[in-house]
Write a protein that binds this ligand. Structure first.
Ligand code: ADP
Ligand code: ADP
Length: 226
């Protein structure tokens, strides 16, 4: 678990686009935050700055009082799930799940135990020996989730993880993401342009517009305001 402190963060891209403008958000341990808003409003940029994948032009992001910009990417206790799954096509599902742990020199027995646990939670045990191309979209998305949870990170970051799935599967996976996040107690930031998805998932919603916060609050506070 971890709390996240986003303090007056801005992003100015080379060329001068001001994608994020002085955003401040305090996120509690175990909270599920959804960043929502139209394409181009700065959701992805803000998420990537929290992940340390994008330099921060102004302000700071801290996780448990450690400034992320000062932590080496490999030492950040963060796992990110993308819409394109980002699986290694030449590796089996097992090896995809184990990859991050192997890189961190985790003992083999522990890798086996963690992969087995994640595979059980996500119901992908029958597919561990397959390559990603032999899986459906929903199964691939579960493997991508599995890669995030085997590391037992303090923070989950989701960048439109369900947008490549059909509507029915999106609803199912949405529920499963929330169930897993509650069970693990992991603090989460989830980016989507889908208002229904945002309302269903969020403890608190942050509505962005033109790189700034337009509204912030529980789904009830944000969507039932006159
Ligand atoms: P969203 O995720 O809400 O669609 P983005 O964070 O991707 O928004 O983009 C916010 C703004 O920043 C947009 O105007 C986009 O064109 C711009 N932008 C995003 N990435 C870059 C980049 N690498 N270089 C320059 N401008 C960028
Ligand atoms: P998203 O679906 O997250 O909004 P996009 O498809 O808009 O992503 O952008 C994909 C990639 O292109 C990202 O890495 C983003 O930073 C970059 N990008 C987006 N807009 C611009 C831009 N105006 N100039 C340069 N790079 C950009």
């Amino acid at each position: 678990m971890a709390s996240i402190h986003i303090d007056q963060v801005s992003k100015i891209y080379d060329g001068g686009v001001r994608a994020v403008k002085s955003i401040g958000i305090d996120i509690a341990d175990g909270e599920f935050i959804v960043l929502v808003g139209p394409s181009g409003c700065g959701k992805s940029t803000l998420l990537r700055m929290v992940a340390g994948l994008e330099t921060i032009s102004e302000g700071t992001v801290s996780i448990d009082d450690r400034i992320v910009n000062q932590i080496e990417p490999a030492d950040r206790d963060i796992a990110m799930v993308f819409q394109n799954y980002a699986l290694y096509p030449h590796m089996t599902v097992y090896d995809n799940l184990a990859y991050g742990l192997k890189n961190r020199k985790t003992p083999k027995v522990e890798i086996e135990a963690r992969v087995a646990e994640a595979a059980r939670m996500l119901e992908i045990e029958p597919y561990l020996k397959r390559k990603p191309r032999a899986l459906s979209g929903g199964q691939r998305q579960r493997v991508a989730m599995g890669r995030a949870i085997v590391r037992k990170p303090a923070v989950f970051l989701f960048d439109e993880p369900l947008s490549n799935l059909d509507a029915k599967l999106r609803v199912t996976m949405r529920g499963e993401i929330r169930k897993l996040q509650r069970r693990l107690g992991t603090t989460a930031i989830y980016v989507t342009h889908d208002q229904l998805e945002a309302m269903t998932l969020a403890d608190r919603l942050v509505v962005l517009n033109g790189g700034a916060i337009e509204q912030i609050g529980t789904p009830l506070e944000v969507y039932h305001r006159p």
